[in-house]
Write a protein that binds this ligand. Structure first.
Ligand code: AKG
Ligand code: FE2
Length: 194
């Protein structure tokens, strides 16, 4: 499935377009898939990396994705300058958010600096979304499918799947204000906005 999508992006010039937009995306992309599982909760608005370490992302919808099964929420234009999280909050930047419903096969090209958040999947099926990404110019592998010996690897997303990681995640899910406060405070000293 990922290979078919990758070949299609190449044939249709989408990979060239990404290199045109961001010439440092010289190598092959890392291949990933965001699985939004039933029962997921709203993520907090974030960038995927620090502002000055930005990279390109091509998301391909594998299934029709709507407000029920968790279409991503984005803030158009929010990649143009850097906001520390506390600035983001005080300026109310998140108010201009927009859900992005899509049909299977649609491609979203964005830079990691675009603020966005995963949304709850209210359906009873996982929502897959392919992610081709060019962190630091792309993969070290000449063949993107050679990543991890060609095997599928399940990776945790935000929180470690340890007792401590789960405790932190549960706390933030049950009382999001604790996470907001933590991010607000740490953003005064750090340039992380995720
Ligand atoms: O799955 C999504 O819709 C977005 C997830 C996301 O932004 C993330 O995990 O960083
Ligand atoms: Fe993200």
């Amino acid at each position: 499935m990922a290979r078919f999508a990758y070949e299609a992006l190449k044939d249709r010039g989408v990979i060239d377009l990404i290199r045109e937009i961001s010439p440092k995306s010289v190598r092959e992309p890392y291949l990933g898939c965001n699985l939004n599982l039933p029962g997921s909760v709203t993520q907090q608005m974030h960038m995927d990396r620090t502002f000055t370490n930005e990279f390109m992302i091509a998301n391909i919808s594998v299934v029709d994705t709507d407000l029920i099964n968790g279409a991503t929420d984005v803030v158009p234009g929010s990649h143009k300058r850097f906001y520390k999280y506390w600035q983001w909050v005080l300026l109310g930047k998140g108010r201009a958010h927009k859900r992005l419903p899509s049909e299977a096969g649609d491609v979203l090209i964005r830079v990691s600096n675009l603020w966005h958040r995963g949304m709850p999947n209210l359906s009873d099926k996982p929502r897959p979304m392919l992610a081709f990404t060019w962190e630091d110019g792309g993969s070290a592998e000449a063949d993107p499918f050679a990543q991890n010996g060609g095997k599928i690897q399940f990776r945790p997303n935000w929180f470690a799947p340890t007792r401590m990681g789960r405790l932190i995640e549960r706390t933030f899910v049950v009382a999001p204000i604790t996470y907001n406060t933590y991010r607000f405070a740490t953003s005064i000293f750090s340039n992380k906005s995720y």
